[in-house]
Design a protein. Structure first.
Length: 126
């Protein structure tokens, strides 16, 4: 940050942030936030869920979705523009995970407790 910047306090580090289209996504739970890189203004801050331990894996943005998670809680998918929680999953061992997610053009891949889960984006995320 530049000296004399008017930026307020940033969310505490919990998970590896990601930058997309001039927005920095960082934090977890109620501190999960989207922040404009240019001026540090908060675009949105999550108020849909809290709890669990932060995921040390990098947040993932794909096709307008922000994917994150919290160990002992769930995997969460938010609309990256608005922050709205679109869905959460905690079955199939997902509440015990601490790693990030991966995606290609067609699917979202996440490791559960003892398996690799694959969701077709068009069915699961829309």
């Amino acid at each position: 940050m530049e000296e004399g910047s008017q930026w307020g306090r940033l969310p505490g580090y919990v998970s590896a942030g990601v930058v997309r289209d001039g927005i920095y996504y960082t934090g977890a739970g109620n501190y999960l936030s989207a922040i404009k890189v240019e001026d540090g203004k908060t675009v949105w801050q999550n108020s849909d869920w809290n709890g669990g331990e932060g995921m040390p894996g990098e947040l993932l943005i794909t096709n307008g979705y922000l994917i994150t998670g919290a160990n002992w809680n769930a995997l969460f998918v938010h609309d990256s523009k608005t922050g709205k929680l679109l869905w959460k999953k905690n079955e199939d061992g997902l509440r015990f995970r601490t790693g990030g997610a991966g995606a290609d053009e067609n699917s979202l891949y996440v490791a559960g407790l003892n398996n690799l889960l694959d969701w077709i984006k068009r069915r699961a995320l829309c």
